[in-house]
Write a protein of this length. Structure first.
Length: 482
């Protein structure tokens, strides 16, 4: 259940540790020599995540042999760390009945995840081979919407009653805690199964043995609902610094818990999707290397086509100023400089505000505070870049005149530098304003703010930056170059 903590990528071949690389030849030799007792012993002392890497690197045939000789507990833990592709291959090699025994050793949330990721025909056979109790747990978890808290919760936790003494509670934990997902926190329920408090194990350990559980309670706890989105579990666990959170139904009855390792999976998935969207790519449903080419084409092509259409606005703007550009072709030379300043500054602002929204540091209602803050930053950045732009124009026009046979007067260069510098300042101010407000507007409209990606901001700034630059040139250079 620490899959993503041990390895942040679903495909194991991409994250084989140095330890695994050193042990891999030795494991292969043990398999070829038939020394299966030594094989079991060697694998037993490795972390399940490392064993999963080794099984992947061994290939289907030798990997299945290594997997067969794991202890029952080791096999269940290792299987939870494997990619869906490797899990399917192992199930095919072991057969449905043996695979069902293997999956029985996993936690209920991991069993549900495995069944959900398997092809439907295989999943049905495995599900039918589970014990009635395990099958009921898996079906209950799979009954919740995809991406919800219910999909990642587990029913394996320790329940206590308020009237018990600490001695009775500790005896209960020793008897039933072995199969619990975590023992850091235990949960106190009433006669109807409603959650009335959660207690840390250390509170019980240091309490008097004759004390009652209700004497230790403060009835202050945080809960989740099964139908809530997984992102809410990420937010609450981070906010309250918990390793586990209880999940209750509409009546307050405790139906499961969510642990930090499963929430880490959700957090990683959300971060990955946001990063993909910020790169103008629709979120991938499968790992990068496992995504079919046509699927990748659809995920990327739709956005690129939309941005392509957006860029046609720039063509329209340039066409509108064709007469001025014919008179002063030098304006074209500095056009990329101006619009890149706007695109870069806008992308920076969009990234900062999007991340702040994701962390809960700001809300759409804070737009005026954000504008005031970004206005100061934009003014400082715009002034600096405008000064650099002035120097850039002076430098290149000076070089151009030095190379010309008839240099003539350079009085127009000062006006050109003023036009470029003023345009850069205006474009940076506008880019920062656009980049900071666009994520807020999208959030207000219930759209992922990450959609305000760098390519989108850059595309918008290409057209608006060109308009600002050429408009400034007409104002400053009319009667000089135009």
């Amino acid at each position: 259940m620490l899959r993503t903590l041990a390895c942040p990528f679903p495909l194991r071949s991409a994250c084989v540790t140095p330890t695994c690389q050193l042990l891999l030849p030795e494991i292969e030799e043990l398999i070829k020599a038939g020394q299966y007792g030594d094989l079991r012993e060697a694998l037993h002392h490795l972390h399940p995540a490392d064993v999963a890497d080794i099984v992947h690197e061994l290939g289907v045939k030798h990997g299945a042999i290594a997997f067969r000789f794991l202890t029952r507990d080791d096999a269940g833990s290792t299987f939870a760390y494997m990619s869906p592709e490797d899990q399917e291959a192992i199930i095919a090699e072991l057969g449905t009945e043996d695979s069902a025994k293997l999956i029985e050793q996993m936690g209920a949330d991991d069993r549900a995840r495995v069944v959900d990721e398997l092809p439907e025909a295989v999943a049905q056979r495995v599900l039918a081979s589970l014990t009635p109790e395990s099958r009921k747990e898996v079906q209950a978890i799979l009954g919740y919407p995809e991406g919800s808290v219910g999909r990642i919760m587990t029913p394996d936790y320790v329940r206590l009653r308020p009237e018990w003494t600490v001695e009775q509670a500790l005896a209960h934990i020793r008897k039933y805690g072995r199969d619990a997902e975590t023992l850091n926190v235990v949960y106190v329920i009433d006669e109807q199964g409603k959650l009335i408090d959660d207690l840390r194990l250390r509170q019980l350990i240091f309490a008097e043995r004759t004390s009652r559980i209700d004497d230790l309670m403060n009835r202050s706890f945080v809960t989740l609902r099964a139908e809530q989105e997984g992102v809410e579990a990420v937010r609450l666990m981070s906010r309250y610094d918990r390793t586990a959170l209880p999940v209750v139904d509409s009546r307050g009855v405790l139906i499961g818990i969510v642990t930090h390792d499963d929430v880490a999976d959700v957090a990683q998935q959300l971060a990955t999707e946001s990063m993909q969207r910020m790169g103008a790519v629709a979120a991938l449903e499968e790992p990068y290397m496992a995504t079919p080419h046509f699927e990748m084409f659809k995920k990327r092509g739709v956005w690129l086509a939309a941005l392509f259409v957006g860029q046609t606005i720039t063509i329209i703007v340039l066409g509108s100023f064709q007469r001025q550009l014919d008179k002063a072709a030098v304006l074209v030379m500095f056009l990329p400089l101006v619009i890149s300043c706007g695109g870069n500054s806008g992308s920076q602002a969009a990234t900062l505000v999007t991340r702040a929204l994701g962390l809960g540091e700001v809300r759409p209602s804070d737009w005026w505070r954000i504008v005031r803050r970004e206005f100061i930053s934009a003014a400082l950045l715009g002034t600096t870049l405008a000064a650099l732009g002035w120097l850039c124009v002076e430098f290149f026009t000076l070089i151009g005149h030095a190379k010309a046979e008839d240099a003539g007067s350079r009085h127009w260069a000062q006006y050109l530098a003023l036009s470029v510098a003023g345009s850069i300042f205006a474009v940076v101010m506008w880019g920062v304003l656009l980049g900071s407000l666009l994520p807020l507007a999208l959030k207000k409209c219930k759209v992922d703010p990450a959609t305000a990606s760098s390519p989108m901001v850059a595309t918008l700034m290409d057209a608006s930056g060109t308009l600002i630059y050429l408009g400034m040139a007409i104002v400053v250079l009319t009667g000089v170059l135009l």
